[in-house]
Every structure is written in structure tokens, then in C-alpha cells.
Design a protein around this ligand. Structure first.
Ligand SMILES: Nc1ncnc2c1ncn2[C@@H]1O[C@H](COP(=O)(O)OP(=O)(O)O)[C@@H](O)[C@H]1O
Ligand SMILES: [Mg+2]
Length: 405
């Protein structure tokens, strides 16, 4: 390649306006210092935890609310400020923060708690070498450590619903009982954060009452609140006048209409900016937000389809192949696809359940239509483009084969 050509590319890139001033402020991990519309929540949590500054144990706390309602952000901000204040006062408060969904296994959760507490930095005999230890032993070591050090621990377990779904509530049981064991000095308080509103139903009654000594529900943001959150974020992230008000409002309306989800709103803005940059235009407009919405939806649909069970995939195929899309016909088509692919078909009842799950995920629509004197029947339609489905089923060549004919 000639030097001229390279120069040309680089000069063009340098001359092109950058839209984004601070990309970090659009990433998931970024927590802004100010969180508008969360004063009440912040105050309640801060008040509950503040008694640690008088060297007493704060109540355990359960925060829940739908995704993107600011739970993690508020918890992180309060904890950080509390930590700072405690240090100023010469009080040592240990605050392990574990996302139990990313940690994935109960074992890894314990490991991260231990690491955050600095367990392996101290005396040899207290160190926890996790390999070979049972879960109970590992927990005991952690609690011994807290007791020996007389630590004040506020343990935050984020996305705790996912831990309980996968591993049950044993860890929670052990930690909520821990203060009975830790006498003299140290203590441990728990902050559980859950995206699921029905999370408490899954807990053993003893764990439930202990974990939710105090509770706080985070409500979804309104469209107007999302507008303010987005315009604040846009000022941090973008150069002046890059994002139009119309684009912000559309973004807020789209995210607000779905779940009042601030994460979705910020994702839309980030993806829209990437699209605008690729187009080499100097403004993020409404059309970029629309394209971003399509892209995000396509990506999530793809992920859901790709990770669904073989039978769900067969149901999807059956819906595509059936002419009228009524439940009976879908079930028949599904059964014949099962026998072609040598699978034992599930019951009609189970298939009806799968269909309603797909409906809730927005992958299909199902309407009840009147068929004149033949009564009423359900009509099921796929809302996902065939191309996305083909893409998602690519790794199941046998299934893919059924789409084309
Ligand atoms: N009140 C707010 N002001 C500004 N940004 C917010 C606010 N609430 C949430 N966010 C942002 O929205 C995204 C999702 O918030 P997060 O706390 O992760 O939600 P949750 O934990 O409830 O799923 C994060 O990027 C966060 O910084
Ligand atoms: Mg969160």
C-alpha cells in the first residue's frame, strides 16, 4: 500500500469529527456521581447502614426492582461514600461487593468474598485455599477470619436472584446465621440486590425473614425521568450539540415504554452513536436511535433463540410452517417435526406453556380470532425475521433444514 493512501486514510480519520468525548461514561460499569430521582432510595439505604459508624451492626437489607432501575448504581454510590466517611473516622468497614450472576458458582462467590476481604494477605493459618474445601468449610473460614479480625463487614450480593435460582439459598442461610457464631467485636450485614420481584418466595422462611430485615423497592423510571437521565449522560459522553433533543426524547420514549429501564435507554444511545460514527455524520439523530433499537432487538432475539431448548426451537419451526397458526395445527406440525428429528414430543399442555413464554418474550404474537360459526381460535405468528431465526439455528443443521421447505 502506498504512503499516500495510508496518509489519506489517517488524515480523513483525523479530520472527521468525533462524536464521543468520553466513551467510558456510556459503558455498563460507569456509575455517575449524581443519580437523579433516587434520593429517597439513597437516603433510606444510607440511614440503614450509617449505624456502622457507631460501631453497631446495620440491619440486613433487601433491594429489589426490575432491571435498569438503578439498584446497583445506588448501592455502589452509598457504599463508596460510607467507606470514605468510615476511613475519615478511623473505622474500618469491609465491603465486599460480589455480582453473584457473573461469579456464577456458589464456590466462586465465596472465593470473591474472601478475596475482597483480603483473607490471603494476612496470617498464613487463616488463609483460605479453596481447592478441596467443602462449601461449609470455606464459609467457616471466612467467618473465623471476620471474628479474629473483629471486622465490620457489609457484604453486598448483587443479582442474588440468579445465585438462588442456580444454587439454592445455602450460602445466604450461612451468612444470615453468621452473627450467632461471630461473637465479640466483628459482625456481618448483608445487602441483597434482586432483579426479580418474586425472589423472596424462593427463599427458606428463615432466610427470608432474616435477609429482609429492611426492604426497598426500586420502581421503573417514567419517560420524563429517563429524558433527564439521558440528557445528563449525553452531556458527559458527547461533544456539544451532537445529540439532538428529538433523539433523546425518542430514546426515552422507547426505553420508557418497555420497562422504564435506564440501562436500555443508555444502551440505545451508545449503539446509536456507534451507528452515526460509522456513517461519518456529525449528529446522532432519531433515525440512529431507531436503527439502534432494531439492532439491540435483533441481538437479543438471536441470543434467546440460540440458547433455547431443542423443543422450543421445534415449536418455533412449527409456527413458521403451520398455515393457519392455530394451536392445534402448531401442535400437529410440532409432533411431526419431532418424529422427523427422532425426538419424543412433549405434551400439548407443555407446548401451550412454551408458546406463552415465547409470547411474553415478544418472539411471537398470538391473537384470538373469530372463525364465524366455527367458533374462535388462536392465531400465532412469528415476529422475528426468518433471517435472524436461520442465523440462530445455524448450529442445529437438522433444524435449519426444515425452514427452507
Ligand atoms: N437515576 C439515575 N441517574 C443516572 N443514571 C442512572 C440512574 N439510574 C440508573 N442509571 C444508569 O442506568 C444503568 C442501569 O442502572 P443499574 O444501577 O445497573 O440498574 P439495576 O442494577 O437496577 O439493573 C447504569 O448505567 C446506571 O448508571
Ligand atoms: Mg444491577
Amino acid at each position: 500500500m502506498s504512503d499516500d493512501l495510508l496518509d489519506n486514510i489517517f488524515e480523513k480519520a483525523a479530520a472527521g469529527k468525533t462524536l464521543v468525548k468520553n466513551r467510558r461514561t456510556l459503558t455498563i460499569d460507569y456509575v455517575p456521581e449524581k443519580l437523579p430521582f433516587r434520593d429517597e432510595e439513597t437516603k433510606t439505604i444510607a440511614q440503614a447502614l450509617s449505624i456502622v459508624l457507631r460501631k453497631a451492626r446495620p440491619s440486613n437489607l433487601l433491594l429489589f426492582g426490575k432491571p435498569g432501575t438503578g439498584k446497583t448504581a445506588v448501592a455502589k454510590n452509598v457504599i463508596e461514600r460510607l467507606h470514605k466517611k468510615a476511613r475519615e473516622l478511623g473505622i474500618e468497614v469491609i465491603v465486599p461487593f460480589v455480582n453473584t450472576k457473573t461469579a456464577n458458582t456458589a464456590y466462586k462467590v465465596l472465593y470473591e468474598i474472601a478475596k475482597d476481604m483480603g483473607i490471603n494477605k494476612g496470617e498464613k493459618k487463616l488463609q483460605v485455599h479453596f481447592t478441596g474445601l467443602s462449601m461449609g468449610e470455606a464459609t467457616d473460614r471466612i467467618l473465623d477470619f471476620i471474628q479474629k479480625k473483629k471486622f465490620y463487614v457489609i457484604l453486598v450480593m448483587d443479582e442474588i436472584d440468579s445465585l438462588v435460582d442456580k444454587n439454592g439459598d445455602d450460602i445466604l442461610y450461612n451468612f444470615t446465621r453468621a452473627n450467632e457464631r461471630i461473637s465479640e467485636g466483628g459482625f456481618i450485614s448483608l445487602i441483597g440486590i434482586s432483579n426479580s420481584l418474586t425472589f423472596k418466595d424462593k427463599l427458606d422462611p428463615r432466610v427470608r425473614s432474616s435477609l429482609s430485615e429492611e426492604e426497598m423497592v426500586f420502581n421503573p423510571y417514567t419517560i420524563e425521568q429517563l429524558q433527564k437521565i439521558l440528557s445528563d449522560r449525553a452531556k458527559l459522553a458527547f461533544n456539544d450539540e451532537v445529540v439532538s433533543d428529538a433523539a433523546i426524547n425518542l430514546c426515552a420514549a422507547m426505553a420508557g415504554k418497555e420497562n422504564g429501564d435506564a440501562r436500555r435507554a443508555i444502551d440505545l444511545l451508545r449503539v446509536a452513536a456507534e451507528i452515526a460514527e460509522r456513517e461519518r455524520v456529525s449528529k446522532v439523530e432519531e433515525k440512529h436511535i431507531r436503527l439502534a433499537q432494531e439492532k439491540i432487538e435483533k441481538d437479543t432475539n438471536y441470543e434467546v433463540l440460540k440458547n433455547s431448548t431443542a423443543h422450543t426451537k421445534l415449536v418455533i419451526l412449527a409456527i413458521i410452517k403451520s398455515k393457519n397458526g392455530n394451536t392445534g395445527e402448531v401442535y400437529e406440525t410440532y409432533s411431526s417435526l419431532c418424529s422427523l428429528s427422532e425426538q419424543e414430543p412433549l405434551t400439548q399442555r407443555r407446548i401451550t406453556q412454551i408458546i406463552s413464554e415465547l409470547d411474553q418474550l415478544g418472539l411471537i404474537t398470538s391473537n384470538v380470532v373469530s372463525q364465524g360459526r366455527y367458533g374462535r381460535s388462536q392465531r400465532i405468528k412469528i415476529t422475528v425475521p426468518t433471517l435472524t431465526i436461520k442465523e440462530a439455528l445455524k448450529d442445529d443443521p437438522i433444524l435449519l433444514h426444515y425452514i427452507d421447505n
